[in-house]
Design a protein around this ligand. Structure first.
Ligand code: SAM
Length: 236
């Protein structure tokens, strides 16, 4: 169970409503039983249920174990924002595959126009998707989610291990030798792809175009396939 609270041995805390309901009503756990908590600090905290009162569960941390199941690769996914649940799928599966940083990219064809308040809500929702994916796959370090940024404004972050997913490229990952220790950036277009102008910008900043085979993949497939290939070539 994810919590944003600081934890250590002997910490006593009341779980939030959602976690309490899950434990008491869905899992039907009782006092004395243990649950596992994490807050992204790299430890698993085993906590004993002290009390369940009107669906409010209180626990006490009885054991802390350091867990490192992080990928050796430092993959930063710059993802053209896709619609509906596609972006969520990319974030969820990206977490499972070990992505460490996510930057949602606002591009010409991503078609999202939100005011500041709705952006904040969207980011909060995506953050929750990331935390739930960590909970499901047992990741104890929470990947970073940065605010959505316009493609032009993100170009300054490009480095010499930035790969830009482009179906027309002649290069595949097989032909690339990368320093696996550096930040490996993956730039993926939204459903409608990058515009010609955006392709020019990215290429003129030295970002390497890479193709993932002769078929056009959906944006979420492209991102996840690319992360898997990188893991297989350079990770563990
Ligand atoms: N008609 C669009 C185009 O030609 O760019 C298709 C966009 S595709 C659905 C969405 C994104 O997935 C692309 O911008 C690209 O980043 C990535 N992508 C899709 N298929 C790919 C492939 N075979 N190789 C590399 N990237 C691919």
């Amino acid at each position: 169970i994810f919590t944003s609270e600081a934890l250590s041995l002997s910490t006593e805390m009341a779980l939030d409503k959602e976690a309490s309901t899950h434990i008491s009503r869905v899992l039907r756990m009782n006092t004395g039983q243990q649950i596992e908590l994490f807050n992204g600090d790299g430890f698993s905290y085993f906590a004993q249920i002290q009390a369940i009162e009107r669906n409010q569960v209180s626990v006490r941390v009885v054991e802390a174990i350091e867990v490192n199941n992080e990928s050796p690769l430092n993959i930063h996914l710059f993802q053209g924002i896709s619609r509906g649940d596609k972006m969520e799928l990319t974030l969820q599966k990206g977490v499972e595959l070990g992505v460490k940083q996510f930057t949602p990219l606002i591009t010409e064809r991503c078609g999202v126009k939100l005011d500041a308040k709705r952006w904040q809500k969207k980011l909060q929702h995506w953050q929750k998707v990331i935390e739930s994916a960590c909970e499901q796959c047992g990741r104890n370090s929470i990947p970073s989610l940065y605010p959505a940024v316009k493609l032009q404004d993100a170009l300054s972050q490009l480095n010499n291990t930035s790969f830009f997913m482009h179906p027309d490229s002649k290069h595949s990952f097989k032909t690339i030798i990368a320093d696996a220790q550096s930040e490996l950036q993956l730039w993926v277009g939204p459903e409608g792809g990058f515009s010609d102008e955006e392709v020019e910008w990215v290429e003129s900043h030295g970002c390497k175009p890479v193709q993932l085979g002769p078929r056009i993949l959906r944006t979420e497939t492209a991102a996840l396939a690319a992360v898997s290939v990188m893991n297989s070539l350079w990770g563990d």
